[in-house]
Design a binder for this molecule. Sequence first.
Ligand code: KIV
Length: 277
Amino acid sequence: MKKKLTAVWMTAYDFTTAQLAEKAGMDMLLVGDSLGMAVYGYPGTVPVTLEQSLYHTEAVRRGAPHTFVIGDMPFGTYHGSVNDAVQNAVQYHKKCGVDCIKLEGGVRVAHIIRAIADSGMLVMGHIGLTPQSTGALGGFKAQGRTAEAAQAIIADAEAVCAAGAFSILVEAVPPEVAKLIAQELPIPIYGIGAGVDCDGQVMIVSDILGIFQAFTPKFVKKYANLGAEMLKVFEAYIADVRSGAFPAEEHTYRMIEGEMQKLAKLRKKTRAAGGKK
Ligand code: KIV
């Protein structure tokens, strides 16, 4: 029987957040392609490029050198030839030093998972609501709510596992379905919006901090409202500068004692040499 895990992880896209997450004891960090929405302001994850993803993954690795870091392969980086997919997965290891890569899809990407896993890299699957396919899925909607749909998700999980994935992320599916998958498969099943019976939970950092403004999925718990706090800080800063309250004496560098008099003499000398008054 599989040992029950409770891994706690979240997304991170930058050095500072990664540093703080490692300090807090986060088990894993995903440099999710959600960075398209959270950082770049795109309407979804599809426009994210390999270069953008690698750039942020490198920064997160620098911030969290001792944490398990997951690179998230963007749309289009594993949709061509199997060889291209393997080479793109290799980039995450060579350039960013990730511990594993994640990619979306079930039965349809099993051959890609097998090729990457056979090349010696750890692969995490991602099934259920797969944001790169929200066009085909009809938007950001819960998946697997009917018996047929649930059966298709279970078949995806089995295919991903059989292809050699070391774990699977299940997104926005009923907890009953995630529980069945977690009980039946020998690998860790992580959840986001998939209930409490998974082997761990992941959240998007900008959601738990309360920074992301566009929408809040039902499965999100906001642990702070940093968006409102940031707004207050920006407004206070603007008001301080406009009123002259900032910068104050404690924020300024004064000249060393006696140097101001020396400067006055120097200026006088320079003016005299130039024939100025
Ligand atoms: O890109 C991402 O942030 C994800 C989440 C669903 C965890 O894959």
